[in-house]
Design a protein around this ligand. Sequence first.
Ligand code: NAD
Ligand code: TYD
Length: 339
Amino acid sequence: MRILVTGGAGFIGSNFVYYELKNHPDDKIVCLDALTYAGNLHTLESAMQNDNFKFVKGDIADREAVYNLFEQEKIDIVVNFAAESHVDRSVENPEIFLKTNIIGTSVLLDACRKYGIRRYHQVSTDEVYGDLPLDRTDLFFTETTPIHTSSPYSSSKAAADLLVQAYHRTYGLPITISRCSNNYGPYHFPEKLIPLMISRALADESLPVYGKGENVRDWLYVEDHCSAIDLIIRKGKDGEVYNIGGHNERTNLEVVKTILKVLQKPESLITYVTDRPGHDLRYAIDPTKIHNELGWLPTTKFDDGIKKTIKWYLDNKPWWEEILKGDYQNYYEKMYGNR
Ligand code: NAD
Ligand code: TYD
């Protein structure tokens, strides 16, 4: 099988590349990534040693480049991770989110139509369902929950999902979509909550918690997300949406306090800053469908996964210190300077 992984130099895409190379050593993986601020080739250094892996630098919205790639590589399966993925950046500058997440997806879909594929898989997010109230812990997102987005990021992801479904209905393209909750684990870019808090706590810097820290996220260890996608692309049914999550709900404050406890740092590092505009209150996934139909179950509980993740950041300091030295520092000043 020849699998095109777009966005494979980012957080989840790179974990997926390693998952596939390990679990399906006979498959060939081609990674297409534009290497934006979020893409890091260092992450793929070990994969580069593998003859069954090939890296191509390119933009999913560049039609000519994408068509050339499909022509050369004879792709069987596309897994589209490539995206602008940070909600706060989408609040600052929505346009690039529309270009990459919507136009980019449409170019990939057109390439699939033109060259033929066995499966196009869209890596989507639970954020397309909007949010749930904090005081209704009995409610969960199912695959039939209406799309109801809050941020430019989630709106662009929802638009992409609708296009993917339209290409199935209109052109019969064999597609699947997965909508996953928040991931955490190795190679997570240090602008997102968990790696940001780990790196700042290690430097004894203040930890910026939005609002009162009451918002709830359903955290999934990244390898569990990869195993779910792997099952969907091989055994999932054409045209279907699968929610992925593992009932690991935590408030942001609980997450930050857990990190401080594991690192033996004081809670006085926590600073409450102005809330994110339009901040979603609670995400929570009902994963019954993927469990019943494909037998998927997550294997890592949050309390174990967070310890593994912190250990990874302690063992791999050069990976994230390099990132912090670069452009990201200016970004931090811009985002948090006046909060
Ligand atoms: P990320 O920001 O870490 O990585 C995105 C990757 O895409 C980077 O390597 C970047 O260089 C690449 N990229 C960006 N624009 C591109 C373009 N135009 N052409 C080619 N490559 C481009 O993101 P992530 O957290 O790994 O998320 C991957 C996917 O999973 C996204 O589609 C996201 O919406 C989805 N998702 C993420 C989470 C999460 O918790 N991180 C949860 C659910 C779904
Ligand atoms: P994030 O990792 O950006 O993921 P998402 O917005 O896609 O859920 O944020 C996770 C939660 O943490 C979200 O409720 C916002 C909050 N948050 C903070 O409180 N402080 C921060 O500095 C960041 C980046 C996020």
